[in-house]
Structure formats: structure tokens, C-alpha cells
Design a protein. Sequence first.
Length: 85
Amino acid sequence: MVIDCKHVWDAISSYIDDSLAPETRELVQKHLDHCNICSAVLDSTRNILILTGDDRVFELPTGFSERLHARLDEQIRALRPSQDA
């Protein structure tokens, strides 16, 4: 049986937790061995777990939130079709 990326993405959490059935784990591992995208999803998921599990607090630079929101608003406006058309 061959599994596709969607199946691997659905199983990533269980794969990391080592709670997949041995046969399924082997299929996921074989897929990860040749799929760069799914390997990146696995690495990213692991990184997120490490970062969210870190109990240290990171201070953001002054004004960071305001600059971020302004930039996001700018990007959203650029993606919307013109209201004048």
C-alpha cells in the first residue's frame, strides 16, 4: 500500500508521538524518506512543539505588533480587487 501526502499530514502528530501502528509507521517513514515536502512538514511541526513547549518568555521589540498589523493590512489590501472597478 502506498500513502500520499495528505495521509502523512494527518498522521504527523501520531508519528511524532510514536503512537502509530507499526505497519502505518513504516509506510509514513518510507514516504518521508523520499518526500521533501512532508519531511519539511514534519520538521516544522517538531519545531513548533519545541517552541511552544519552551517556558521562556521572549520580549518583542517596541512597536513590533503595530508594525506587523500595519504590514498585514497592507498585504491584504494589495490582494483585494480594486473597489473602484
